[in-house]
Design a protein around this ligand. Structure first.
Ligand code: OGA
Ligand code: FE
Length: 296
């Protein structure tokens, strides 16, 4: 009995040492970390955010921003327990890609070389999918100079209304679009790192099975000429947060942002987080997410 205790202590110390001394250390296993959530406007008004300067006399935004420490479990080794219908996310491993040489700096190249791979992957891995239309992508770099950085706020990307608009916008033939709107359609993001195993700013996801509609808060994104909508997430201790430790370039996380089918997980709240175990000198996270409309 005492031998077991000694062994445990030794290995804990060892891995702690590794955390501090090796910049190539990849944090794994469950972790407690701070996530950022929204809270409803106190006066009960519709939550909004002005993307540019607000009109005279209006605040930039009218909701609260709150941080909470949460437990985030590692799904590595348990990948098969999660799926798009139940959790609104899924994992794919060992994905062959011709993009190993890509810098991802050229949008044209990404569209020409990477989009077809994502389309194929979704057709293969999403049960029922018969048509995939990719509509955009975002590259994020954890670098103050980068255009887009990891998102440090729990959110979901698309409201159902936005998804319907996407169908009308991206299915070229209006008759096909009307047909598509009668069937099932989903919006799915395909997320992956592009600079090797994730050491810092990993992506946390909350299983849709733990989410209630009352946890979600549509936020008007007010541009000068139009108003868009995103979904903020309120803190609820019932949300079950997960991450996939050390995700590598040949792995894909599928994030479902909307689904017209009733009775399944509709959308997965997600956010990047600061992993307190990230070693000093860790490489900054770089990732790409490709957004797709999946019919069927
Ligand atoms: C997304 C997303 C944030 C990040 O893929 O939709 O919100 O930090 N990503 O990668
Ligand atoms: Fe997102």
């Amino acid at each position: 009995m005492s031998t077991v205790t000694t062994t445990t202590t030794t290995s804990t110390t060892l891995s702690a040492d590794l955390t501090n001394s090796s910049s190539s250390y990849i944090p794994r296993g469950p972790v407690e970390a701070e996530l950022t959530f929204l809270s409803s406007p106190e006066d009960g008004s519709v939550p909004f955010h002005y993307v540019e300067d607000p009109p005279e006399g209006h605040p930039k935004y009218n909701y609260g921003i709150v941080q909470h420490k949460v437990q985030i479990d590692d799904i590595r080794g348990y990948e098969n327990e999660y799926n798009l219908d139940k959790d609104a996310f899924d994992t794919v491993r060992n994905v062959a890609s011709a993009t190993t040489y890509l810098t991802f700096d050229s949008d044209e190249e990404v569209q020409k070389l990477y989009y077809p791979e994502v389309e194929q992957l979704l057709l293969e891995k999403v049960p029922g999918a018969h048509r995939v239309i990719i509509f955009d992508h975002t590259i994020r770099r954890q670098d103050p100079e980068a255009n887009r950085q990891p998102v440090m706020r729990a959110h979901s990307d698309q409201t159902d209304r936005a998804a319907e608009t996407r169908v009308r916008l991206h299915v070229p033939d209006p008759k096909d679009a009307e047909e598509a709107l009668k069937g099932r359609y989903r919006i799915i993001n395909v997320w992956r790192p592009i600079n090797g195993a994730v050491q810092s700013f990993p992506l946390a996801v909350a299983s849709a099975a733990s989410v209630q509609d009352s946890d979600l808060m549509p936020v008007e994104h007010r541009y000068p000429n139009r108003t868009g909508e995103t979904i903020g997430v309120k803190y609820n201790p019932n949300l079950r947060w997960k991450y996939w430790s050390g995700m590598s370039n040949d792995e894909r996380l599928l994030l479902k942002c909307s689904d017209t089918k009733n009775g399944v997980g509709q959308r997965v709240p997600h956010t990047a987080f600061v992993d307190p175990r990230t070693p000093e000198g860790a490489k900054p996270r770089e990732s790409i997410e490709v957004r797709a409309l999946v019919l069927g």
